[in-house]
Design a protein. Structure first.
Length: 298
């Protein structure tokens, strides 16, 4: 079940709505726990939806696995257990339905806006899967989907939509997802996808152009993160600001420069693994910044 829901990636993703909650001004502990639980259920369900819809494609994928070995944070646990026959279809469907129901109930306890965001994100994930062999521009859907998921935390606190910090937060998440996870993950799997007829950015436009696009969106994410942090300086504090800039340099800027020099699958996978940890690092620095501000006033 952990591999089916890509548990490591799903757990790391919970940092995104929690950061959104902090950016909106924070909330009582009970509401924070509610957002965290709803996010856990939602992300475990949405990542599993991907494998549930793509199980037929994933079955074919095992006939043309990529030629190189390397750690893939997205595949911690069993990779595509449904496609491998290690999980039955009824059990897989029940798992997704149960998690989805829990996420919706918890989201309804938070705000009707959060329900809408969770449902929309799930629909975008389903659309992304259905477009696997249709268009490479489905990568845009993943950016919107991840931004909506992160905004659940924001709307758990406030209904304000005219705050620049909110839009910078959404842009940051969308650019990070597209450049740091989606395109580079497809770059790592490009040989498999060619055999399967899956139309991704690397398959259609080649590795070099894909590397350039990924690097460009990573740099956009870095700029957005700096703007977001400056706009929410009372939340981050000086320590949080410094930590966010350093984390962006390590997880976004340096990988972008690596992709400009080399966009081979092994390099792309390394970029993907590093970028996956980035929102957790930013959340950590935000919490450290708040603690430092409380103790020293900085």
């Amino acid at each position: 079940m952990y591999g089916f829901s890509r548990g490591t990636q799903a757990t790391l993703s919970v940092a995104q709505p929690l950061l959104g909650l902090l950016l909106a001004g924070g909330a009582p502990p009970g509401r924070v726990v509610l957002v965290a639980l709803a996010s856990f259920a939602a992300y475990f369900a949405v990542f599993a939806v991907n494998d549930l819809i793509d199980w037929n494609i994933d079955q074919q994928r095992f006939a043309h696995l990529r030629e190189f070995e390397g750690f893939d944070i997205d595949s911690a646990g069993v990779r595509h257990p449904l496609a491998q026959g290690r999980l039955s279809l009824p059990v897989a469907a029940s798992w997704v339905a149960s998690l989805g129901a829990v996420a919706l109930v918890l989201a309804a306890m938070i705000s009707w806006v959060c329900v809408v965001l969770f449902v929309t994100a799930a629909l975008l994930e389903a659309a992304y899967c259905k477009l696997a062999r249709v268009t490479p521009y489905k990568t845009l859907l993943t950016g919107v989907m991840v931004a909506l998921g992160g905004c659940v935390g924001w709307f758990a606190v406030t209904d304000a939509v005219d705050e620049p910090v909110l839009w910078l937060f959404a842009l940051w998440l969308a650019a990070w997802e597209i450049g740091g996870r989606n395109i580079v993950n497809d770059l790592a799997d490009v040989d498999e996808d060619v055999h399967l007829g899956v139309r991704t950015v690397p398959v259609v436009y080649g590795r070099r152009r894909s590397g350039l696009l990924s690097a460009a969106t990573l740099l956009v994410a870095f700029v957005a993160s700096v703007g977001m942090t400056l706009g929410a300086l009372p939340v981050f504090g000086l320590l949080g600001l410094a930590g966010t800039v350093v984390a962006g340099g390590v997880a976004l800027v340096c990988p972008a420069l690596r992709l400009l020099r080399c966009c081979e699958p092994r390099t792309a996978l390394a970029v993907f693994n590093r970028a996956s940890l980035y929102p957790v690092a930013v959340l950590g620095f935000a919490l450290l910044g708040q603690a430092a501000h409380a103790l020293t006033g900085l």
